[in-house]
Write a protein that binds this ligand. Structure first.
Ligand code: SF4
Length: 367
């Protein structure tokens, strides 16, 4: 690691070496690595073992935390290791060529950045945002009784709220003056999280595998096994008892409630959102005609197709597989978890939430 520490980096804009360790996706970090003349083959040298191990840790963190988040501890890893291990992790995730690992990893890195940005001063937040071309400025203005830290061009705002479902984020519910949306620091950090996640996902390219040395591929196989164990769908706690509970709408977890309300009002729901809602409702025993009716307001509703899809998910068509809704971490990865409540923190699957919540509601009802 000697060679790294002797290379001094001038301050670029306002971002320092420690900023690059925190935000290793910024162009200055890539430039820093380029100047070190680091190559992927270097990872096979003993000196570079900590970088490979930190890169693997980044990925394992992403797959084992809920919600996914890569840890950050400047006392544990030096700045060089933090900076270089990020593109190494991108290469490893690319070579793993697994869509779920890719999305989870990108989300986990983006969440790490979100947590760090929330604690930064406004100058630093602006510097990071500008690396993505955002037209943003410090506002420090009061509108009514609320103080806003930043003003962001509304196009940059809209680009980053497309996957948000909460009403709060709709442009009509935000103060907009002369094409700028007024925001708190926390809001800006949250929007940057979206930008960073998309950026990282775009960097992950499965073609990279073909250029990796044999030794790295062996490492990768070990990592693949660890990943396979971590992402294997864990069985939901005793769902066989679901049928005896019946449909208790009040026991739906927040994610399902949100999807249900979107379907009721005819709002667009992504493919995975529809699959989640339908498979959940089938599992809790809702009548299939009622599920068909639920989707009636959707702009592209087609009764025959909707019925076919419901029957397919129920295992009455095709291969006969009865599908189960995705686990919480998958829903979080796809932006379908509106935020965990107290009960969510004790479970890992929306059906487990339902089971516990429905049982406790029934107990309360019986007195
Ligand atoms: S934590 Fe799980 S059950 Fe709770 S809202 Fe999120 S996805 Fe749904």
């Amino acid at each position: 690691m000697e060679a790294h520490s002797t290379l001094r980096l001038e301050r670029s804009g306002m971002l320092t070496l420690s900023d690059m360790a925190k935000y290793p996706f910024i162009p200055e970090a890539a430039e820093y690595i380029r100047r070190l003349d680091f190559k992927i083959e270097n990872l096979l040298e003993d000196d570079y073992a900590p970088i490979l191990s930190r890169a693997e840790k980044r990925i394992i963190d992403a797959l084992t935390t809920n919600p996914p988040k890569v840890g950050y501890n400047p006392r544990e890893y030096g700045e060089d290791i933090e900076i270089i291990s990020f593109p190494v992790a991108i290469v490893l995730v690319s070579a793993l060529a697994n869509e779920n690992v890719k999305r989870r990893y990108a989300l986990a890195e983006a969440k790490r950045a979100y947590e760090l940005l929330r604690e930064e001063n406004w100058e630093k937040v602006i510097e990071v945002a500008r690396r993505f071309g955002w037209r943003i400025r410090a506002a420090n203005e009061r509108i009514g009784s609320v103080k806003f830290d930043f003003a962001l061009n509304f196009i940059d705002y809209l680009r980053n709220i497309s996957s948000f479902h909460e009403k709060d984020w709709k442009l009509v519910n935000r103060p907009v003056l002369k094409g700028e949306v007024y925001l708190s620091k926390q809001d800006v950090a949250r929007l940057l999280q979206e930008e960073i996640q998309r950026y990282i996902e775009a960097k992950i390219d499965p073609k990279v595998r073909s250029i990796l040395p044999e030794e790295i591929l062996k490492h990768l196989e070990r990592l693949r096994q660890t990943c396979a164990e971590k992402i294997r769908e864990s069985p939901v706690e005793d769902i066989s008892s679901l049928n005896s509970i019946g449909v208790v709408g009040d026991a739906f977890p927040p994610c399902i409630r949100q999807l249900y309300e979107a379907a009721q009002s005819g709002r667009h729901i992504s493919h995975i959102g529809r699959f989640t809602l339908t498979s959940f409702l089938i599992k809790v025993g809702m009548d299939k005609n009622m599920i068909v009716d639920l989707f009636r307001k959707s702009a592209d509703f087609n009764e025959r197709m909707t019925r076919y899809q419901i029957e397919h998910i129920a295992g009455e068509r095709g291969s006969g597989t009865k599908y189960t809704p995705p686990k919480c971490d998958t829903l979080q990865t796809h932006g379908l978890c509106p935020g965990a409540n107290d009960l969510c923190k004790k479970i890992k699957h929306p059906l487990a939430y339902y089971l516990r919540s429905a049982r406790s509601l029934k107990k309360k009802f019986r007195g």
